[in-house]
Design a protein around this ligand. Structure first.
Ligand code: NAP
Length: 433
C-alpha cells in the first residue's frame, strides 16, 4: 500500500484523491491523507465561489463522497511549513501532492495601489465568503461608485456582489459581517474595466447571460465597443464557439431594455488603469484608453478618470511560498505536475489560476497517472502519526462533519444553506463537541 499525502483540501486536492481511489486495483492500494491549513475543507468551493451561485457549490457533495471512502483521512488545522515540514512529509509518504492553490492577489504595479480601500480579489472575495483570515479586512462601502479591474469571472462575481440589491443575498451563505455592510452600502454604480477588447475578455458566457437576469440592477455595455469587436472577429479565419457565445451574450446585454433601476453595473473595455489617486484613501482612478489595431491592443494618447472610493483588482493570483517549495512565475515550479523526487503538484498551484472547478478533475487525473507510472516500492513508514506535536488539535473528517452539521442547522433556522462560522477557535471547538 502506498501512502499519499495531499496538501490542500480544495477541488484540486479532492479530485486528486478521487483519481487515486479510481486507480486502485487488487495490486494497487493507496492510503490517502489530506492535509489542510484551515479548520475546514473545500477550499475555493467554501471561500471563493460567489454566495449567489449555490449550484456551483453542490460539487461539495462529490468531495464528501470521496472523503467517506475507507482509504481517506482528513487532517485539517494542520499547516505545511509550520505544523509539518515538506521534508518530513516526503520522508514519511510515498508521494506528496501539493494542491495548495494560488491565494495571493496579483498587483497592478501602478502608483496609488497602496491607498486605503484598494483591495485585491484575494482579500475581497474571502471577506464576503467568511474566510477566518479575512474577517477583519477593511472594506468601506460609503462611496457611490466602485471600480473593479479585470475582465474575468472573479471581477464579475465581485461586481455582482457589490451591485445587486443586498436582500438578494439573504437566502445565501454570504458572510454576515459582509451582508450587514452591503445593506448599508452607498454604492449604486459598479464599473468593471478590462484593459483589452470584448473579444479578449475572460468572462464565460454562462456568467454573462446571468447579468440581464438581475432584478434590481441595470447592466450596461457600450454597444459600439461590441459592434467594433464583432467587426474585428468577423475578419478572423475561424471564430471559436466560446468567443462567439461571449460576444453574443455581451451584444444582448448592450441591447437589453433597461429597467431604470437605481443600481447599475457597467462593463468598460479597452481601459488600462495607470494611476490611483487619493489622500490616504482612494478617490479617483486614471485610465489610458487602448485600441485594437491589426489584432493587437495598443495604447492611445487618450485618458479618462473615474471618481471612486473603492477599487478592487481581480487580475489573477499567484501561489504562495512554503519552505521547500519553489515558486516560478506565480506557480510551483514543475514539469507536467512533477516537482522533484516524490513531490507533485496539481490545480492552480501547478498550472496557474485558470480554469473552473471541473478543470481540476482532468488535471489531477493526469498528474495521478504520472505519479503511478513513477511509483517504486512502497515505504514502510508511519505517515503523519508522530510528525504532529502531541495535543495538536486536528480536525478530522468526523470533526469536520460536526462543524458542517452545525453550520447547516444554523442556516435552516435563518433560511440559508448554512451560516459559516468565521472564528478559527470556534470552528475547532465545534469539531470537538
Ligand atoms: P482571469 O479569468 O484570468 O481574468 C483576469 C483578468 O484580469 C483578465 O481580463 C486580464 O486581462 C486582467 N488583467 C490581468 N492583469 C491585468 C493588469 N495588469 N491590468 C488590467 N487587467 C489585468 O482570472 P480570474 O477572474 O481571477 O479567474 C480565475 C479562474 O477562475 C478563471 O479560469 C475563471 O473562469 C475561474 N472562475 C470561474 C467562475 C465561474 O465559473 N463562475 C467564477 C470565478 C472564477 P488580460 O486578458 O488582458 O490579461
Amino acid at each position: 500500500m502506498y501512502r499519499i499525502a495531499i496538501i490542500g483540501a480544495g477541488p484540486a486536492g479532492y479530485f486528486t484523491a478521487q483519481a487515486f481511489q479510481k486507480a486502485q486495483s487488487d495490486d494497487l492500494a493507496f492510503a490517502i491523507d489530506m492535509i489542510e491549513r484551515l479548520p475546514t475543507p473545500w477550499g475555493l468551493v467554501r471561500s471563493g465561489v460567489a454566495p449567489d451561485h449555490p449550484k456551483i457549490k453542490t460539487v461539495s457533495k462529490v468531495f464528501e463522497k470521496i472523503a467517506k471512502e475507507p482509504n481517506f483521512r482528513l487532517f485539517a488545522n494542520v499547516e505545511l511549513g509550520k505544523d509539518v515540514s515538506l521534508k518530513d512529509l516526503r520522508d514519511q509518504y510515498d508521494v506528496v501532492v501539493l494542491a495548495t492553490g494560488a491565494s495571493k492577489g496579483r498587483k497592478l504595479g501602478i502608483p496609488g495601489e497602496e491607498l486605503a480601500n484598494v483591495l485585491t480579489s484575494a482579500e475581497f472575495v474571502p471577506w464576503y465568503n467568511s474566510h477566518p483570515d479575512y474577517v477583519k479586512t477593511q472594506v468601506e462601502l460609503s462611496c457611490d461608485t466602485a471600480v473593479v479591474i479585470g475582465a474575468g469571472n472573479v471581477a464579475m462575481d465581485i461586481a455582482r456582489i457589490l451591485a445587486i440589491e443586498p436582500t438578494a443575498l439573504d437566502p445565501t451563505d454570504v458572510a454576515n459581517h459582509a451582508l450587514v455592510k452591503l445593506k448599508q452600502s452607498n454604492i449604486r454604480t459598479v464599473i468593471i474595466c478590462g484593459r483589452r477588447g470584448p473579444e479578449h475578455a475572460a468572462f464565460t458566457a454562462t456568467e454573462l447571460r446571468d447579468l440581464p437576469k438581475l432584478e434590481n440592477t441595470d447592466v450596461f455595455i457600450d454597444s459600439k465597443q461590441i459592434e467594433d469587436a464583432i467587426k474585428r472577429i468577423s475578419e478572423l479565419d475561424e471564430i471559436e464557439k466560446d468567443l462567439k457565445n461571449n460576444i453574443e451574450a455581451m451584444r444582448l446585454i448592450g441591447e437589453q431594455q433597461k429597467k431604470e433601476a437605481a443600481r447599475r453595473l457597467e462593463i468598460k473595455f479597452l481601459s488600462a488603469p495607470v494611476e490611483i489617486k487619493g489622500d490616504g484613501k482612494v478617490a479617483e482612478i486614471i485610465f489610458k484608453v487602448n485600441k485594437v489595431e491589426g489584432g493587437k491592443v495598443v495604447a492611445t494618447k487618450d485618458t479618462f478618470s473615474i471618481k471612486t472610493g473603492l477599487v478592487v483588482t481581480a487580475i489573477g493570483y499567484d501561489s504562495i511560498e512554503y519552505p521547500g517549495v519553489k515558486i516560478k512565475s506565480g506557480r510551483v515550479s514543475n514539469i507536467a505536475g512533477h516537482v522533484e523526487h516524490n513531490v507533485y503538484v496539481t490545480g492552480w498551484a501547478k498550472r496557474g489560476p485558470v480554469g473552473v472547478i471541473g478543470t481540476n478533475k482532468s488535471d489531477s487525473s493526469d498528474v495521478v497517472e504520472l505519479i503511478i507510472k513513477n511509483l517504486t516500492e512502497p515505504k514502510i513508514s508511519e505517515g503523519i502519526t508522530g510528525l504532529l506535536k502531541s495535543g495538536h488539535e486536528v480536525i478530522d473528517q468526523i470533526a469536520w462533519e460536526k462543524i458542517n452539521a452545525s453550520e447547516v442547522i444554523s442556516g435552516q433556522i435563518t433560511g440559508k444553506p448554512r451560516v459559516k462560522v468565521v472564528d478559527w477557535k470556534q470552528l475547532i471547538s465545534l469539531g470537538k463537541n
